[in-house]
Design a binder for this molecule. Sequence first.
Ligand code: FAD
Length: 360
Amino acid sequence: MITDYNEIINILENINPIKYAKDRNFIDGSVTRISPYISRGIISTKQVYKFLIKKGYSLKNIQKFVQEMVWREFWQITWQSNNIDKDLKHLQKDVEFYGFPSIIINHNTQINAIDKSIEALYDSGYMHNHLRMYVASLCTNILNYHWKLPAKWMYYHLLDGDWGSNSLSWQWVCGANSNKKYYANQDNINRFTKSNQKNTILDTSYDDLLNLKCERELTRNFSLELNVNYPKSDKFLNKTQKPICIYNYYNLDVNWRKSLDAHRILLIEPSIFKQYPISDKAMKFMIDLSKNIKNIKIFVGEFNELPIKKSKVYFKEHPLNYNYIGTEDSREWICKPKIVYKSFFKHWNTVIKQLYLNPL
Ligand SMILES: Cc1cc2nc3c(=O)[nH]c(=O)nc-3n(C[C@H](O)[C@H](O)[C@H](O)COP(=O)(O)OP(=O)(O)OC[C@H]3O[C@@H](n4cnc5c(N)ncnc54)[C@H](O)[C@@H]3O)c2cc1C
């Protein structure tokens, strides 16, 4: 996985937003794989958007791609104003189990495309959006597990783990953040994963899928602990009491307050990772990305344990930074309407109107 900032910027050259609109739902479609970089805050959605407009694309031609990035922003805004650890709009219906379904964790669903995508998730930290939807639907709507623990399992392994997109997408699939549950049968999976499998649990009509009763063996729970391994802290005594810029799992922006003569600290708070654990691969990815920030020091501990002394503290706004004290800088958005909408399409209509008025 690329972690050098200049090489990351080069990846933007490969984005084909026009082909994307046609084939993004297919396993071999023109998806960009840029989300690990956006989620870790080393690049922003706005930066990607500006890059494409400056390259000469018209807004009209890249509208589908922009809409996907605006989905991401919509989930972030929803997270800013809601407790997304709970069922957001409705209680998830028909829940029978809380935990981790064994056939998912052990990639043993016998649906080849899904099993392969889980193996690839463990291996690479990436899963295609459509496969994420299939896995979430199987867990929640077929096996009748509550969304939250399986969502945490997926977040743990993803390099683009972002609790806003993750929790709210799982909840969208299971009807807790939407008005109906999302189902996919084997025909749908075969079409988008270019496979041709028959006789799986999902090889049935949509009517039958709604009333499917799974055998006990399929719904078996797997006992799983999502452990976090922390790196060692660097020595940081703050002798000079320069300002302190705080970086974390969601902000690794290389260009943020670049000209300020400051201590730059990657703050890894165990209290946050206890609530939202991440894998060793995801931890390493964050640390490797942080190396783009000159003289950054790792501090494993809570915000209130930092030797702040008389230093000014700067950080970027984020729902998980609620305990930070200092100057809060805003994040970059493609467009953040003044109204917080509950419906994505109302949000999108406002955004797209503003973008046509002022494309950059
Ligand atoms: C169950 C489930 C869990 C998810 N968990 C996460 C997560 O933890 N972190 C995360 O970043 N995304 C998550 N997503 C959203 C989406 O799957 C990923 O953003 C996308 O697959 C990332 O791959 P990409 O960069 O190749 O996306 P592309 O398809 O190339 O899209 C470009 C960018 O648009 C945004 N985007 C695209 N699709 C979506 C979407 N459906 N929702 C929100 N933003 C989108 C992302 O920023 C992405 O990088 C989840 C979706 C589902 C259904």
